[in-house]
Write a protein that binds this ligand. Structure first.
Ligand code: CP3
Length: 342
């Protein structure tokens, strides 16, 4: 039994004294103890070494006491396991030297046996569960098929992902074949993560907001729905679609346990679009963590009042920025713990 089960209770929609809190990308670069490990080991070594991945996962919990941990890893370990070369270049980000551009390229992509290719993730989960000692739940995650396609085709980060869109719009058959291979791998991967011990999974659709509502349904949502259908009986699924407020209505009927919201959508609109019945997660502007701590506390308290304490998980509207002062991150977490119904 997990001692602090606030997060799991919020996912079930149960009544709580205060909402749970965690931060997207909480295991990362704003922490000095993370940067110390980064100096010694490159990115994928950190992901592939259970001792390191588990250590990085628990670092923010030890420092700030969030109500859930998220496993240190990356969404790009999935394409890597599918025989697509992925590098993480310091001060640049992901770089894929042989991007996918043709039906032949798609044919070469494999759907791996995840119990072998991604066994290191399962080992990291097991070691992390031991370190967490049932204190808080552990979240596992994957990128959405569309968001992974963005990197696989573009070959690197982008403000527009224009080449990824061009591929989908000019070679839709190949694009759908690639999306289906990523979906099949992701379903097997998340099922295995649940078996290894994660208590919930989050699907990051970081680039869903690049698509029009109709294209979103065709190239992103239909694949996320397959993931939810396959996973929801085994583990609660959270879907975070950045910039996807237009799809919240459809998402609310999908069987997902909770939906992430970014900071461009008000709490009121998010509740309205989703019908008021599903757990929502978000949506503090990550750059607002650069405001003075006293202001952060006021804004967090107001945010909770707007979303309501139940069916709500306090989070940022996207990942924490690397230049956030530690005391500001602490103010965010403390504000939730200090919140009182008025
Ligand atoms: O949330 C956590 O703390 C768990 C770890 C986590 C990482 N990446 C570690 C990481 C998670 C959940 C991710 C998800 C991820 N990775 C997403 C979806 C979430 C989002 O932010 O939209 C995406 C798009 C990626 C791809 C990725 N990985 C990029 C674009 C970059 C470089 C830029 C950046 O944000 O740092 C990475 C590298 C990466 N993944 C780092 C970390 C801590 C920083 C690089 C390093 O540590 O060397």
């Amino acid at each position: 039994m997990i001692k602090n089960d606030l997060f799991l209770r919020a996912l079930k929609g149960e009544t709580v004294d205060r909402p749970p809190v965690w931060m997207m990308r909480q295991a990362g670069r704003y922490l000095p103890e993370f940067r110390a490990i980064r100096e010694k080991y490159d990115f994928f070594t950190r992901c592939q070494t259970p001792e390191l991945a588990s250590e990085i996962t628990v670092q923010p919990i030890r420092r700030f006491g969030m109500d859930a941990a998220i496993l240190f890893s990356d969404i790009l370990v999935v394409p890597q396991a599918m025989n697509i070369e992925v590098q993480m270049k310091p001060n640049f980000g992901p770089y894929l030297p042989s991007p996918i551009r043709t039906p032949k390229d798609v044919e070469k992509v494999i759907v791996p046996d995840v119990t072998i290719a991604l066994d290191y993730v399962m080992q990291a989960i097991k070691v992390t569960k031991q370190k967490l000692n049932e204190e808080v739940p552990l979240i596992g995650f994957a990128g959405s098929p569309w968001t992974l396609l963005c990197y696989c085709v573009q070959g690197q980060g982008s403000k527009t992902f224009d080449q990824a869109k061009e591929f989908c719009f000019t070679q839709p058959t190949a694009a759908h074949a690639l999306l289906q291979k990523i979906t099949d791998t992701t379903i097997a991967y998340l099922k295995e993560k649940a078996k290894a011990g994660v208590n919930a999974v989050q699907v990051f659709d970081s680039w869903g907001g690049m698509l029009s509502p109709a294209d979103y349904t065709e190239f992103s949502w239909n694949y996320i729905q397959q993931i939810i259908d396959s996973l929801k009986e085994e583990v609660p699924v959270i879907v975070f679609g950045k910039g996807c407020w237009f799809a919240l209505g459809k998402m609310a009927k999908s069987g997902a346990a909770a939906l992430g919201v970014d900071w461009t959508c008000s709490a009121q609109n998010a509740r309205h679009f989703t019908g008021g019945n599903i757990t929502l997660q978000g949506n503090f502007d990550p750059a607002r963590l650069l405001s003075p701590p006293s202001q952060i506390k006021k804004m967090v308290s107001q945010m909770i009042n707007e979303f309501g304490k139940d069916k709500y998980i306090v989070n940022l509207g996207h990942g924490i920025l690397p230049n956030v002062p530690l005391e500001n991150a602490k103010a965010f977490i403390d504000a939730v713990k200090e919140w009182e119904a008025n």
